[in-house]
Design a protein around this ligand. Structure first.
Ligand SMILES: Cc1cc2nc3c(=O)[nH]c(=O)nc-3n(C[C@H](O)[C@H](O)[C@H](O)COP(=O)(O)O)c2cc1C
Length: 380
């Protein structure tokens, strides 16, 4: 086919195409019992019925010639922590000796630790300029782990990120800013016989920037803890920020939205908040939050966490603190204000016993007083 084309500067072509990010896969095959792999950024899903995938190898690629010789090939989808494997394949630096792999159902190699693998039978290879378009008929496929993918963009490897996380520099800066409060926080923790922490936030997450145990010592297990700003978490921040409130409520389950609005209204009126413990919170929410912090962020992990936290909304019904009886309190939070906005929040938790409504209100009053003097001390 003769296609007339404008005379393009290949450099410009590459530069513009490089602004479009791609994932990175390894296409592997067995040729005469020899494993072969090539790095491919042009992998794509082609058809669901029948299930077809494709990629664009260079005509000049020696490795593709060997792969094309085989009846089957496999697509190995790489995670962002697999750059070393990718480089070993790219440089032909003994990837099959240095990295573990197993043959798939067709005998094509699948490396350990890939995010997903797609086993294919050769379907059709067509001309595509100085490339071929090689299509495979999918014979089997599996998703192997939840991890951020390896991304190639403007000539460099990277990862995927949606959540705007507080950078290390921002965390360190927040930790330093509140240093002058340390002696007072230690005194407060022993006075209230509770854990005391200070939490900062970005648009999408909260980070514990100071944590003191009930004995007045540092509490490293809480320090640096990151929590997503998903309902019902972070209500004090949310109640004070219209934009955040809209997003937070939109993402909450519709059936609990009214309850959450009532809760936000209560928080806005009193200027502090209290949340109660529950079996669900200890057994489901806490481990899920812990797991979220230990593993890299992916949208699927975020959705799973939102779903688990979302189910805890039922436990956040506004408490009647005037009623008789005691409450099993998870945490009490008050804002530390600066220039009319919430600079960070002060939280007490880990109380030794259940508290009456009056005790909760007394603790909140002491915390509010501390928060007010903190604003002065920090020159906010
Ligand atoms: C991120 C990345 C993406 C690549 N994508 C492709 C691709 O889609 N098609 C291709 O032919 N080569 C691609 N390459 C280059 C091949 O991996 C390799 O250099 C090519 O197969 C030439 O080597 P060979 O002659 O040994 O096969 C890519 C390389 C990198 C690092």
């Amino acid at each position: 086919m003769d296609i007339s084309h404008p005379s393009l500067d290949p450099q410009v072509f590459r530069q513009v195409m490089g602004t479009y990010p791609t994932g990175v896969v390894l296409v592997t095959a067995m040729n005469n019992n020899e494993p072969i792999a090539m790095v491919v950024g042009t992998f794509n899903s082609v058809s669901i019925d029948p299930p077809l995938i494709g990629f664009l190898p260079m005509r000049s690629s020696k490795r593709f010639a060997l792969i094309d010789d085989a009846e089957h090939f496999a697509v190995n989808i790489l995670g962002s922590d697999q750059i070393e494997l990718c480089n070993a394949v790219s440089r032909n630096d003994d990837p099959f000796g240095r990295f573990s792999w197993t043959p798939d159902e067709n005998g094509a190699p699948v490396f350990d630790g890939v995010i997903g693998s797609i086993s294919c039978a050769k379907y059709q290879t067509v001309d595509a300029g100085d490339h071929f378009f090689c299509m495979g008929a999918v014979t089997a496929l599996s998703s192997r782990r939840t991890a951020p993918p390896l991304v190639f963009f403007q000539g460099e490897f990277g990862s995927y990120g949606r959540l705007r996380q507080m950078s290390e520099a921002e965390v360190i800066s927040a930790v330093q800013t509140i240093q002058p409060l340390q002696p007072g926080l230690r005194e407060l923790s022993t006075r209230l016989n509770s854990e005391v922490s200070i939490i900062s936030r970005t648009d999408q997450e909260m980070v514990t920037v100071t944590a003191i145990a009930s004995n007045g010592k540092d509490n490293p297990s809480l320090l640096g803890q990151r929590l997503p700003l998903i309902a019902p978490l972070g209500e004090l921040f949310v109640a004070a920020d219209k934009e955040l409130k809209t997003r937070w409520l939109q993402n909450a389950k519709p059936e609990v939205r009214e309850m959450l609005e009532q809760r936000l209204a209560q928080v806005a009126e009193t200027g502090w908040s209290v949340s109660m413990t529950s079996e669900y919170r200890t057994e489901e929410v806490s481990p899920a939050l812990q797991n979220f912090q230990l593993n890299p962020y992916t949208p699927q992990r975020y959705r799973e966490l939102s779903e688990i936290i979302g189910r805890a909304q039922d436990y956040y019904t506004p408490a009647d603190l005037n009623s008789a009886g005691t409450h099993s309190v998870a945490g009490i939070t008050v804002p530390i204000m600066g220039n009319g906005v919430i600079h960070c929040v002060l939280r007490t938790s880990g109380f030794a016993s259940d508290l009456t409504g009056q005790q909760i209100q007394d603790i909140a009053a002491q915390m509010l007083e501390f928060a007010q003097s903190s604003s002065f001390l920090l020159n906010l």
